[in-house]
Design a protein around this ligand. Structure first.
Ligand code: GLA
Length: 387
């Protein structure tokens, strides 16, 4: 990871904008969730994959206790400056500097006083695409502040908790912990089988004969926070209705036999979460066996459940998932599948396809919908752009 291609850009930005020489460079990936959507805050299961795309930070210590940060994102320069002598103030929701301030505040709450630092931040994750650019930023900044605090060891799961808390307290999104756990624990090209009840992790390699395609819809999902928080509240309500601490405890057959909540929306929300947990188990086993057909079927079912029961898709995303599934049927003999990924209401489609067909499928998808396709291969196979 020492020679990550983004490190050169981060070092150069630090020198050019802040006149500082980098002492450390750190990287945090983005993630694409293969399956297990809206399960994390229900103590459920998920199978996310870390990407080669992500965020790099170059850091140099300062002696005045200030954090001075510059970030280059989508060709735009952003600046922030605050002191580490007090818990930093929060800016407007959605402002990028809140992620830095939040991570700094979390570190202080943990009993570590960050040293002053110049930070230069560069990334290549599209923002608002549902690939966790904000969690990647938070974890990268956390790693940079820790690299700047000699002899301070922090577990990756602690970093993940700081990142989640930053989203809750500094960005207004009541997210689960899947994104931060993936980014803090997984290497690019590797998946984790994550159990959000006890936060245990099993590393799962992507079979080298599989490729993951990520298709951007071009529809940014930054206005989705309200709908996301509402889903979370509905899940809590239905768990309470059944007298459970979370929906994880609800087994599929129980859902059929228990009295239904009067509000049918709540029943549908529960049905998604319960069936999605079962699909994650099926998909994770299929991945270990290299059974792409079963894996793809689980992805397609997940999409239908997110569309019909959890209602977090939009027509453009449904159309894009259908298109990708049709192309997989036509050009890969139905081996694989596609679905929406992330919180919903825009963002990306994720598809699992045979590596031998990935290049052609990427090109066909771009030709049909005009959107870029990113291709992530397993760690051993390396990664490349499909189109
Ligand atoms: C967002 C949240 C995650 C998770 C997904 C949906 O990415 O940040 O915690 O809830 O949505 O699976």
């Amino acid at each position: 990871m020492d020679m990550h291609p983004l490190f050169r850009d981060a070092r150069a930005l630090l020198q050019r904008q802040l006149g500082a020489i980098s002492q450390h460079e750190v990287f945090a990936p983005g993630r694409v969730n293969l399956i297990g959507e809206h399960t994390d805050y229900n103590e459920g299961l998920a199978l996310p994959l870390a990407l080669d795309l992500g965020t790099a930070v170059a850091v140099s210590p300062r002696t005045d206790g200030e954090v001075v940060a510059v970030s280059l994102s989508d060709g735009q320069l952003h600046h922030d400056r605050f002191t580490t002598q007090a818990i930093p103030a929060v800016g407007p929701t959605g402002w990028w500097g809140n992620y830095l301030r939040g991570m700094c505040a979390e570190m202080m709450g943990f009993g570590i006083t960050p040293r002053g630092a110049d930070l230069a931040i560069v990334g290549n994750l599209p923002s608002g695409a549902g690939l966790s650019s904000s969690a990647s930023l938070s974890i990268a900044v956390g790693k940079a502040l820790l690299a700047n605090a000699p002899a301070t060891q922090v577990e990756p799961s602690t970093l993940a908790h700081w990142g989640q808390s930053t989203e809750h307290r500094y960005a207004g999104c009541l997210c689960g912990i899947m994104d931060q756990m993936t980014i803090a624990h997984a290497s690019p090209g590797d998946a984790i089988f994550l159990d959000c009840r006890d936060l245990t992790i099993e590393r799962r390699s992507l079979p080298s004969s599989w490729s993951i395609l990520v298709v951007q819809s071009g529809i940014r999902r930054e206005l989705a926070t309200g709908a996301y928080n509402l889903r979370r509240q509905q899940c809590r309500e239905v768990a309470e209705f059944y007298g459970l601490s979370s929906l994880r405890a609800l087994h599929p057959h129980l859902l059929e036999t228990l009295p239904e909540p009067q509000d049918h929306i709540l029943l549908r929300r529960a049905r998604h979460v319960v069936s999605e947990n079962a699909r994650v188990e099926i998909a994770a086993e299929a991945m270990q066996r290299g059974d792409l057909r079963t894996f793809g079927r689980a992805l397609r079912q997940s999409h239908r459940s997110l569309r019909d029961d959890f209602e977090v898709t939009i027509p453009e995303i449904d159309g894009l998932a259908d298109l990708v599934n049709t192309l997989i049927d036509q050009h890969a003999d139905g081996e694989g599948g596609a679905r929406m990924t992330g919180g919903g209401f825009g963002g990306c489609i994720v598809a699992a396809v045979p590596s031998h067909a990935a290049q052609q499928l990427g090109e066909l998808i771009t030709k049909a919908c005009g959107q870029p396709v990113y291709r992530q291969s397993s760690r051993s196979a390396g990664a490349e752009e499909a189109s």
